[in-house]
Write a protein that binds this ligand. Structure first.
Ligand code: SIN
Length: 329
């Protein structure tokens, strides 16, 4: 078997970060360019042919719709290129789950697309980036990764974009988790074990990536939240709002009333939870309030999904709810 040909799209993050000292914490992400990074990787001798392209070199807090559009176009071109077997995207860990989910919903799934990051900068003691990178290349070179949507490799675990979330701010072990389904494979540079069959019923993209994403803020609920905050967050361009509610997507009664009035005027309102593993199911009042339940999606993923549903013509709460019940239908 010839070595797989993997396209590396670099966007920055800690995996390309440096501190200038092996022990400093105040490092800067997105410092090493892709050519220098691949020169470092060459020493490992991975059984793959790698081609690198720099898309951006930012800390992932600066990930933006413009960078997403470039990334999306590059990956779509790679799908059409017979000389490419799989794609690895190097990315900061802070918003990797958002980029992965957005790409997952807007790209076909017939070639592997794998996001990878690191929790420690490249010159730190215990840099995790090279192992993660080697693992990601291994996954991207495996035809069995196709049909599973966009994947995220962190440590020796592989996660599906729909489930993955960052759960720790420090340390490289267990910084990511899959919810509600856990990881989908175990990988090392020399082995890859998938835990189940591909789950996409076909490989088509589920939604078109719009030229402009509709305005959808997130309302973070806390004890004592006043309904006036809803007014401060929404304006004439706002098309929807995601509530990062307490518990199962709950909010103070005056806030609920305010949002129900806006939903009656056509604003899409999605109830998610600020709880890390917060499953939000429909409750009896959702029907009359015209609210949507985010199910297992955390607020930041619920926001992206709502933006795509709105941009692709879903207006009615029942149609938006169906998009949350199964975004891959
Ligand atoms: C970032 O997300 O760019 C910084 C943090 C990281 O990559 O771990």
């Amino acid at each position: 078997m010839p070595d797989p040909r993997i396209l590396i799209l670099a966007t920055g993050g800690t995996i390309a970060g440096v501190a200038g000292s092996a022990t400093r914490h105040d490092y800067r992400p997105g410092q090493i360019g892709i050519d220098d990074y691949l020169a470092k990787v060459e020493a490992i001798g991975l059984p793959a042919t790698l081609e690198g392209r720099q898309i951006a070199n930012v800390g992932s807090e600066d990930m933006s719709p413009a960078i997403w559009a470039r990334l999306h176009a590059e990956i779509a071109a790679a799908f059409a290129d017979d000389a490419c077997d799989g794609i690895v995207v190097t990315h900061g860990t802070d918003t990797a789950e958002e980029t992965a989910f957005l790409l997952d919903l807007t790209l076909p799934s017939d070639k592997p697309v794998v996001l990878v990051g690191a929790m420690r900068p490249a010159d730190a003691v215990g840099y995790d980036g090279l192992r993660n990178f080697a693992n990601a290349v291994r996954v991207a070179g495996d035809r069995r990764a196709a049909g599973r949507g966009v994947l995220v490799v962190m440590g020796d675990r592989v996660f599906a974009a729909r489930d993955v979330r960052k759960v720790r701010t420090r340390g490289s072990e267990d910084a990511f988790r899959g919810f509600p389904r856990g990881s989908v494979a175990l990988v090392t540079p020399s082995a890859l074990e998938w835990f189940g069959a591909p789950w996409r019923s076909d490989n088509c993209a589920r939604h078109a990536l719009p030229a402009e994403m509709p305005e959808v803020p997130i309302l973070y609920v806390h004890a004592g939240l006043e309904p006036g905050m809803v007014d401060r967050l929404t304006g004439p361009r706002t098309r929807g709002i995601v509530v990062a509610g307490v518990g199962e997507g709950n909010m103070p009664e005056p806030v609920r009333g305010k949002l129900a009035a806006l939903a009656a005027q056509g604003l899409a309102v999605v109830r998610a939870s600020r709880v890390d593993e917060g499953l939000v199911d429909r409750e009896p009042d959702d029907e009359s309030n015209r609210f949507v339940a985010a199910r297992a999606f955390n607020p930041q993923k619920a926001r992206l999904l709502l933006q795509l549903l709105l941009a692709n013509g879903r207006r009615d709460p029942a149609a938006i709810q169906a998009g949350f019940d199964d975004p891959y239908a």
